[in-house]
Design a protein around this ligand. Structure first.
Ligand code: NAP
Length: 333
């Protein structure tokens, strides 16, 4: 892989930082885009990665600026498009904050890929949000796989703007790729957990923190379901999806689904001297939780061996403690 040049968009982010790290470890030359090259909290952790000095090149690019990615993508063998705003909880202007950057941004990146003669494949970071968000998955037990599509109209009615943005972006990407002969592989991760490389708290890690410190459900844990995957498995899946010539279509990337209460039980076993909260909603009616199941056989066929929930939960919690986002001493019994 040593001679391959790839682009990663939104490289400062939680998922993309791991992807960049794993790509560098595998010998790739990485052209990484960030919005602000002069912000140390966005680039410091990338520059510190092993291999970065020799093979990481940073560029500024913005999803909402047409042509912004042309120069970076030109000459790349592959493009990993991960950049997209992740705002799950407080959205004031859905079009401006989420939908336009996700949809127009994706088309912007794909247009640059179509212009560049060099790009052999694009791996697009989508979400389980584009697969599982429908009326009946909220109320009944159901099994979904890559053939399932979220209902953007229902998501809009429910004001789930992140779901709308990802669903419309994936639709737009699929259509553009078909019309322009782009080889597109789509990765659909669940809630991503695991160690943070970046120094700031990203939105979904904040949601995990709300769960373990307050027992609070958020839009990242719909109805109290923990639909999770480890960030290292997400990085690997992107790379395998690029390298395996037979990879195609969508890949549901969910290790398992469990009630959030089970995550807190795992933590109680790992840290016996810490008093973790109860999930308040569960106390009222613990058996009422509808449990979505996600088929991950296609992801396994790509070569993913999913990290155990105990390992992922331990590693993300340790990372939150180490970065001082989770002040565990305040919870000691
Ligand atoms: P994150 O840490 O917030 O990273 C998002 C990245 O997108 C950031 O680097 C951000 O750049 C970039 N971005 C946002 N708006 C942009 C714009 N207008 N122009 C250029 N870049 C822009 O989130 P993440 O959790 O790593 O998510 C990365 C990808 O994974 C997203 O596509 C997300 O939908 C998908 N995903 C995440 C999860 C999860 O649980 N975390 C689950 C499923 C799918 P700045 O650093 O400059 O803000």
């Amino acid at each position: 892989m040593g001679d391959k040049v790839v682009c990663v968009t939104g490289a400062s982010g939680y998922v993309a930082s791991w992807l960049v790290k794993l790509l560098l470890r595998r010998g790739y030359t990485v052209k990484a885009t960030v919005r602000n090259l002069s912000d140390p909290s966005k680039v410091g952790h990338l520059r510190a990665l092993e291999g970065a000095e020799e093979r990481l090149h940073l560029f500024e690019a913005n999803l909402v600026k047409e042509g912004s990615f042309d120069g970076v993508i030109d000459g790349c063998d592959g493009v990993f498009h991960t950049a997209s705003p992740v705002i799950l909880e407080h959205v004031n202007d859905p079009q401006v904050e989420l939908i336009q950057p996700a949809v127009k941004g994706t088309l912007n990146v794909l247009s640059s890929c179509a212009k560049a003669q060099s790009v052999k494949r694009v791996v697009f970071t989508s979400s389980i949000a584009t697969i599982a968000y429908k009326k009946h998955t909220q109320t009944t037990d159901v099994l979904v796989d890559e053939t399932s599509f979220s209902d953007p109209i229902f998501a809009e009615e429910m004001k789930q703007w992140y779901v709308v943005s990802k669903t419309l972006a994936e639709e737009a990407a699929f259509k553009f790729a078909q019309e322009n002969g782009i080889d597109l592989v789509i990765i659909n991760p669940g809630l991503v957990i695991g160690p943070l490389l970046q120094p700031t708290l990203n939105e979904t890690s904040q949601c995990f923190l709300s769960l373990i410190s307050e027992g609070k459900y958020t839009n990242a844990t719909p109805g109290g379901m923990f639909i999770y995957v480890d960030v290292r498995d997400v990085g690997n899946a992107h790379i395998l999806a690029f390298e395996d010539s037979s990879a195609n279509g969508r890949y549901c990337l969910v290790a398992n689904v469990m009630p959030c209460a089970q995550v807190l039980d795992i933590l109680r076993q790992l840290y016996p001297t810490v008093k973790f909260p109860m999930c308040s909603q569960d106390e009222e009616n613990p058996s009422a939780l509808p449990l979505l199941q996600v088929c991950n056989e296609k992801a396994k066929s790509l070569g993913i061996n999913f990290t155990s929930v105990e390992q992922s939960v331990k590693d993300v919690t340790e990372s939150l403690i180490e970065k001082k986002f989770f002040k565990i001493s305040e919870f000691n019994i």
